[in-house]
Ligand binder design. Structure first.
Ligand SMILES: [Zn+2]
Ligand SMILES: [Zn+2]
Length: 263
């Protein structure tokens, strides 16, 4: 059976005795079906330094896929050399984003990015390999997720329509890889199931944007627990209470820089 190799290059967490660099950001490398896809870039050059320490070559990427425009996922682009790689993002990803007067958006405009990589701005799902899908704009269907904006985008309240995820489609089900899940992790799961025509959700890795205890967390944990996941890897923007509640009901594994998975 085909497999995808996933390597975490930047995350908030690092493991004891493994001397990689951490930062409050996310980046991972996906290698599948002859393609090499960088999913997000973290905030700084940490992903490059970690890749170098791991002996991973990032000069021959085929794709850069972005989860959304926030700088903890896109500012690393400043350090990624220009290449023919296809860069996939939502049209809002490169718009100016601000929070309380501070710039929290991508380091480039779409035009500037297009001078460095082969930029494809897209709202619809896009296949990166035969079995790896970038989901595009996520319909908001749950009644308990993402009701409030985070700062502004292009001067208007930002509900992060650019926020998306990747789906690895296996013969036995689907596996999601998320950035920050501003769209709502349950909305993402619902859309992934619909787009793939597959209700068998094997696992999820990424940030779920669950930063405090409360009704949204409890409803999310209930939903996720109902999926019958084989594996769950919450990281980046998931608080301790959220992890604890998930751990009591699901097979949770701690994520850290340098973690590799064969999926
Ligand atoms: Zn974000
Ligand atoms: Zn984030």
């Amino acid at each position: 059976m085909m497999t995808m190799r996933l390597t975490v290059l930047a995350d908030n967490n690092t493991y004891i005795d493994q001397y990689y660099l951490g930062e409050p950001a996310f980046c991972c490398l996906l290698e599948a079906e002859g393609k090499k896809i960088l999913f997000d870039t973290g905030y700084s050059d940490v992903f490059l330094k970690n890749a170098q320490t791991m002996g991973i070559d990032l000069t021959d990427l085929t794709h850069v896929a972005l989860s959304h425009g926030h700088n903890d996922h896109t500012r690393g682009l400043l350090f990624l050399p220009p290449s023919p790689a296809t860069l996939v993002a939502h049209p809002h990803c490169f718009l100016p984003k601000a929070f309380e007067g501070e710039d929290i958006g991508a380091p480039f405009s779409a035009e500037e990015a297009a001078q460095r990589w082969d930029v494809r701005l897209c709202r619809e799902p896009m296949a990166l390999t035969e079995h790896l899908l970038w989901l595009g704009e996520i319909p908001r269907v749950t009644d308990f997720e993402n009701k409030s904006p985070i700062g502004t985008c292009g001067g208007e309240a930002d509900f992060l329509p650019d926020d998306t995820a990747l789906v690895w489609r296996r013969e036995d089900g689907i596996f999601l890889i998320t950035g920050c899940s501003h769209s709502g992790i349950c909305n993402m799961v619902e859309y992934a199931k619909k787009v793939c025509g597959d209700d068998r959700v094997l696992g999820i890795l990424g940030g779920f944007h669950l930063l405090e205890d409360g009704p949204q967390l409890d409803k999310t944990v209930d939903r996720l627990a109902g999926l019958g996941l084989q594996m769950l890897y919450p990281c980046h923007c998931v608080c301790l209470q959220a992890k604890a509640k998930m751990l009591s009901r699901m097979p949770v594994t701690e994520v850290g820089v340098g973690m590799t998975l064969e999926l």
